[in-house]
Design a protein around this ligand. Sequence first.
Ligand code: HEM
Ligand SMILES: [Ca+2]
Length: 686
Amino acid sequence: KQRPIEDIKLFQKVTVTPAEQKKKDDILTEIMSQSLPDIEAAIREAEAKDKSFFDQGIDRLNMRNTTAFGPHMITKQRAIDIGAFGQRFGRLTKSAAEMLNISAQNIDQQLSSQISFLNPFCPFLFNRPDCSQAATSRYRTIDGTCNNLNKTLWGQSFTPFERMLPAVYDNVDQPRERSTSGVLLPLARKISSQFHQSSLLSNLMPDLSHMAMEFGQFLSHDIQRNALSTGYLGSTIDCCSFGLQRGDPCFPMEIPTDDPYYSQFGRTCMNFVRAISTPKLDCTLGQRQQLNQNTHYIDGSQIYGSDAQTSYSLREFVGGKLQTGGDPNIQNMLPKDPFNRNNCNLPNNDPNVQCFRAGDDRVNQQPALISLHTIFMREHNRIAAGLAALNSNWSDQMLYDEARKIVGAMLQHITYNEYLPEILGQAAMNAYGLKSLSKGYFNGYDNTLNAAIKNEFSAAAFRFGHSMIHDSLKYNNGAQTLKDVFLNPATVYDTAGGIDSITKGLTDSYSQKVDERLSDQLTKHLFERQPGFGDDLAATNIQRGRDHGIPSYQQMKDACNVKGLVHDQTVWTALSALYQNASDIDLFSAGVSETPVAGGKIGPTFACIIGKQFEALKKGDRYFYENAGSQAFTLTQLDEIRQTTLAKVICRNTGIANIPSRALVKNGTPMLKCSDVSDVAFNKWL
Ligand code: HEM
Ligand SMILES: [Ca+2]
């Protein structure tokens, strides 16, 4: 099957002449046209298998009454379409690598040529955006295109996650399941049950409120949403109904027979479906990559949607407003989702209690998330009304655009001014240039910097927030255990409490410390609908890292130039005891358990990954709120945006009377009386 030795040698050369490049391209084209018929046949065969799983009722369109299938498993059609090309790229890459004897770690360098044969399989070449208006437009596009005027697709929704380091897969594109020495890595569930044991009450974060957890999730849902593989007709794949044997895209998590919790239910398998594989943005052959369905920028896409169709479906088209819904007792709620596209776990058949729609489909995951979504939707509508009152000649579109621009800027300001300093500490804020200015424009826009979300950030580092989640949400004078409110919007509709009570509860209670411990609600009861059949988020994070070929902790630590032991000695001993070789330890587990940096809440390796990501999200975003230019706010408008705090946004959009003035902080912050909070000075937008 291998090509002649001179072809193999040619691909090993570091620099080639134009004639040699042409020869390489011809060889690749020949290899690909020879292998394509077999590849198409293999894909058809896989599709037929998927259909049979569907026909047997194993994979289903609506998993509502089954256990443990969260909203993150629903994948948009556009992502499914890109995934179909990704499969072809993956298989073509594999056959070229085999025939040219190219090892996995050299695939990206040695197969990176642009081959016209691949153009019909390159989704990023279709419908290239027209960016002719973009240089002078005051407003971002909905899908993030044309932000960078040279690289018009950078940061767009439905484009790949980028990487800090090359991926580390087994056998070219299979999940990283083996140590470099060949032994199997410990089972993800075993690491979870042994190392990420339940967080105790004594493990509270001394100074951050539970709102700091929730704002982190809300921010996360702005910038990233992985696309998971689906079955026939986009159905949800159940990798456990078929034993552990189904094969790609199934990568189910084996539960050890002596599992401290699940064994009593006789459970041996937990569902896990691999992420869709996507072609790279430049559509050269290369390592397997994963797809972000959301705009990578901090632009409020969780509120507005990441594609035109979703954004239209959320608009009122009157007065620049977003749609609202709700029953007569509770006004100004998110619009309902009568078709329950997100497979909510609705407790009764009350037609008034339904799940919600928002720009990100995970909105219904739990009530604290619904609450922040609702508050920012209301803020948009309030701003649109405020602008309309002073500018009677503005069209619906203009009001929508300007209100969206303001809300996006507020989100950025809260992120860089309130959230990141708490998480990263001052040293990292300075090192990565993340501090917001108190006056004037920021001059650091860099059009060579890609803001795109890094895979190491998404699949591991930014999941540190999972360790901050408390067992319950404070509500009225009691609390609601998470497993009772996953995918259940009932509390939001409660006229006795609802959004206000959930929100107040978040600022009134503590986050958990960022450490190796995760709540039982997440490791034993995530999306549980039947005792013993919930999911495990810590295990899922580890398995997801392996699915994506995320490098080991040691590799990331080295890349971040972090030296020495940065763990508590007992913690490190417990973790490394689970692995044969400490250099194989998974990034999520070791990263989340690092000793926090001074003044921050996470350790040095995660601070490096997260600091670099937010640096790119700032300096690589032409629409960053502090930038000068034709898209800019005026300086007086910018000063007005700088008055924003999360506490004020909450005050303006709820009936809450008093709230800590720094809503993410638990102690030592003065209370803000909501009746004292002044509105946005809309006269700066005349
Ligand atoms: C109750 C709160 C939360 C729940 C139930 C939850 C649950 C989940 C689930 C089920 C996934 C998908 C896992 C996978 O299949 O790979 C996920 C992904 C993720 N979570 Fe959370 N999460 C919560 C809060 C947070 C917080 C507070 C943060 C960060 C501050 C966070 C950051 C992330 C990130 C970065 C991902 C990957 C997103 C992607 O690219 O798709 N989550 N979470
Ligand atoms: Ca976004």
